[in-house]
Design a protein around this ligand. Sequence first.
Ligand SMILES: [Zn+2]
Ligand SMILES: [Zn+2]
Length: 261
Amino acid sequence: VFDEFVSRFGDLLAPLACIQCRNVPATPDMPLCRSCIERLAWWRRVDGCPRCGAVQAEPGACPGCYSSGSALHRCHTLLHYDDISRDWIPRFKQRSSAFGPALDCRIAIEFLADELARRLAMRRAAAPDLIIPIALHPRRLRQRGFNQSAAIAQRIAKCLGLRLAPDALVRRRHTPPQATLGMDERRSNLRGAFRARRRLDAFERVWLVDDVLTTGATLDSAAEACLAAGVGEVHGLTLAATTTRRPESRGHERSREVKTS
Ligand SMILES: [Zn+2]
Ligand SMILES: [Zn+2]
């Protein structure tokens, strides 16, 4: 642990390199150099819903998510999960020392979370009463030592002055790594994987936060647990999303009518 402390202390003293290209010095506020920032694939409104691909003119429920029976009211993301962001976003899940993920990675993720918060405020996204991170199974939390989604949710909550409930959800099942499964398997694997620790009837709108959206199966399942606990509507927030258009999910009962207000 002492060695880890020394190396982490060294991290603090050494000038930060750009997390992407590693050669231009970055600053604590700007963990990527200017040219890497310019190469980031920002998610634009015309790119549509990160979960279903529907392009939405009106605020309110996403028509694509609604028609596919998703428990999500709508989704927001910041980046396309492409070659550049794939290089370092997953590193945030790795513990580099007893102190959690590497410092440069943590600063970069905080930068993205701040940027997502800023854009949500700019778009006048309907503010939630509560912000909840996707829960990790206790076993995985012990292995990893921290929950990356909770760190992102905490940052967004702090930026926008929102109420955070880091432990509102529980992950009941220790599921196999999702990356090894096909989409239908992911959905059935995750059905009923979450439950809320307490009733959430007091909350009309909740933002549910995860790091990356791929099929949306994790967010769907966690959103169902929120609706079952009494939340009015659930919005999904992620830092990045894969660009592939996902076919609509099937055989998926809605827990509650979506409000279109
Ligand atoms: Zn760079
Ligand atoms: Zn959608």
